[in-house]
Design a binder for this molecule. Structure first.
Ligand code: CMC
Length: 390
């Protein structure tokens, strides 16, 4: 008793065995089921990556067609969910709506909920992958006071999400194929990242045998923070705060980030695991240039600030010594903004993408024997003492 390894932040603790994702932070390598992320991002698509993460192998044509059609079958949410939305304030942050509504799905699905059965776990996974874009787009529509759009199953996963986000009864919304491809890539690049804070949260919640929708809701809560999934939103807020693209002004913010008496950090910089470069950021940067060129935004002042900020930081001793590089969220925020997605939806989109990672880890955990997650602590409080009142 009492002799436990003290490892704050789990810097040196493996909490599980997993065959899903491999990261070598020093070399900037990220593999899903053995496949490098840059190859998946350029040659595969999000639905195929979902299948591969969940089942361990790339699907053949028939398996892909079957998986995709099962996802399409589950894109709608129960009509009662519309009423659930009405309980939120219109100005509620869409992440708070997402936490509530996804957790609330547990109240809607009572069939196929035996977590000891593989087929039931797969049905929960498919329901979640299919419904997340619908719920995410509904939370945006609710915010802006427009009617919800039902999913369109003739569209691809990414196209359908853009349609549900942007279409309205007064306009004929045209999906830009460059934006749809970028959206699919954003989903793919965020699909999984081994035992990060939100995935560990899903595993911990799942280790009690909790309902999968409740576990994913716990993951969404953990993702929300600015040190994790909230960083993409924080990047844009930071670029807004910097405001002026003059050299001295940008330098002032870089100096602020280096000042240990100032809590300000360069959002979108640094990563617990990547100490060389973030391989996702490399692909995201290319996509960022493609989208901005397509939309005629290459001279966007915010983008100019981002590019100059990146240059100044990458040449600065402080960032070089600490191996701090732009991470995936530095560029994803800029792309999403260019596509007209409001800042408060950025982390929601991260959650839509990461759902497959969360549920694949939950599925893997339940496919084998596992123990309830129960860390210990170093107690620093009082010794035993008597209660003073008679
Ligand atoms: N700006 C300025 N200094 C920084 C930054 C930054 N963005 N990130 C780390 N540092 C410093 C930190 O102060 C520390 O300095 P010192 O050694 O002098 O005390 C050193 O670099 C090491 O940092 P750390 O905080 O010990 O590293 P960590 O592994 O605990 O934290 C992190 C990683 C991602 C939380 C952190 O780098 C950070 O807060 N970055 C900004 C937020 C961000 O972009 N998060 C998204 C991560 S990628 C998406 C995802 O996976 O969710």
């Amino acid at each position: 008793e009492g002799l436990f390894t003290y490892d704050p932040g789990f810097m040196a603790t493996s909490s599980c065995q997993s065959a899903i994702t491999y990261i070598d932070g020093g070399k900037g390598i990220l593999l899903h089921r053995g496949y490098p992320i840059d190859q998946l991002a350029s040659k595969s698509n999000f639905v195929e990556v979902c299948y591969t993460l969940l089942f361990g192998e790339l699907p053949n044509e028939e398996q892909y067609a079957d998986f995709e059609s099962r996802i399409r079958n589950h894109t709608m949410v129960h009509d009662q969910i519309n009423n659930f939305f009405k309980g939120f304030r219109r100005d509620a942050h869409p992440m708070s709506i997402l936490c509530g509504v996804v957790g609330g799905l547990a109240a809607f699905y009572h069939d196929h909920m035996d977590i000891t059965k593989e087929e039931d776990r797969v049905i929960s996974a498919i329901r979640l992958i299919a419904k997340m874009p619908t719920i995410a787009a509904m939370s945006h529509k609710y915010n802006v006071g427009q009617p919800f759009n039902y999913p369109r199953n003739d569209l691809s996963y990414a196209e359908n999400f853009l349609y549900m986000m942007f279409s309205n009864p007064c306009e004929d919304y045209k999906i830009n194929p460059v934006c749809a491809k970028a959206m699919d890539r954003i989903f793919t690049l965020h699909a999984d990242h081994e035992q990060n804070a939100s995935t560990s949260t899903v595993r911990l919640a799942g280790s009690t045998g909790a309902n999968p929708f409740a576990c994913i809701s716990a993951g969404i809560a953990a993702l929300w923070g600015p040190a994790h999934g909230g960083a993409n939103e924080a990047v844009l807020n930071m670029l807004d705060e910097i405001g002026d693209e003059s050299e001295e002004n940008i330098q002032r913010f870089v100096d602020k980030a280096k000042d240990k008496d100032d809590p300000f950090k360069l959002m979108g910089f640094g990563h617990r695991v990547y100490r060389n470069f973030d391989p996702r950021a490399k692909v995201m940067k290319e996509t960022c240039d493609e989208v901005l060129a397509e939309l005629g935004l290459a001279d966007d002042p915010q983008l100019k600030i981002a590019k100059r900020l990146e240059q100044i930081a990458l040449e600065d001793e402080y960032f070089i010594e600490r191996k701090l590089y732009p991470n995936v969220d530095f560029y994803s925020g800029i792309i999403l903004k260019a596509m007209g997605i409001p800042t408060n939806m950025f982390t929601v989109i991260f959650a839509v993408s990461r759902t497959i990672g969360w549920i694949s880890h939950w599925h893997e955990m339940h496919s084998d024997s596992y123990k309830i997650g129960r860390p210990r602590q170093l107690y620093t409080g009082h010794d035993q003492r008597d209660y003073p009142k008679k």
